[in-house]
Design a protein around this ligand. Structure first.
Ligand SMILES: Cc1cc2nc3c(=O)[nH]c(=O)nc-3n(C[C@H](O)[C@H](O)[C@H](O)COP(=O)(O)O)c2cc1C
Length: 169
């Protein structure tokens, strides 16, 4: 699968084959793809919490109403920002940097045959605090990504819209 094929094949998946196990080497590939993303001043302002524990996944569905797909997903990967790793002219870019890392992860997962759903946490303050307390982290939870073997094949929801483009020659 080339890059554009992976981009086209990626769709948010909300139904997974329950009980599918993702081998550690694949989990590390996803995280490596994430950490190869560009970041402001190469500050790499992220950390990742990988959750396979059923009880914890269930607790996430209680604190974030739009994560019900975690009930069948194999993993919840919580992507946390580290604003403390950015200073001066590099400050404040961490949400963009983490977004780039998440998209890399989604595309690598697609190439490996997994499905994902990116669920936003930041900037909803109550969600950020709830994830901090649940996971005992001092970083800033930005998103939780469900990962698993797809059990649905939704149609593409994105499209190329030339009306959103301005060419300045
Ligand atoms: C920042 C962000 C937050 C999102 N939050 C959720 C969410 O909480 N729950 C969910 O089911 N999908 C969530 N999504 C997935 C979007 O609904 C999805 O990407 C969009 O509908 C386009 O569909 P596609 O990903 O299949 O192209 C989120 C996506 C982004 C980028």
């Amino acid at each position: 699968m080339n890059t554009f094929e992976a981009i086209r094949a990626r769709h948010s998946i909300r139904k997974y084959q329950k009980g599918a196990v993702i081998p550690r080497e694949h989990v590390e590939r996803l995280l490596e793809a994430a950490m190869l993303a560009p970041s402001a001043c190469n500050s790499r302002p992220w950390e990742f919490v990988v959750i396979s524990n059923e009880e914890l996944k269930e607790k996430i569905t209680q604190i974030h109403p739009h994560t019900q797909m975690l009930k069948t997903a194999s993993l919840a990967i919580v992507v946390c920002g580290r604003p403390d790793l950015q200073e001066g002219a590099c400050s404040g870019f961490w949400p963009q940097d983490c977004g780039a890392a998440i998209q890399n992860l989604l595309l690598e997962a697609t190439d490996l045959g997994y499905g994902c759903c990116w669920c936003g946490v930041y900037p909803v303050a109550e969600r950020v605090e709830a994830f901090r307390s649940l996971l005992h982290v001092s970083s800033t939870p930005l998103a939780v990504v469900a990962v698993g073997k797809p059990d649905e094949a939704p149609d593409a929801r994105g499209w190329f819209d030339p009306a959103r483009v301005t060419y300045l020659d």
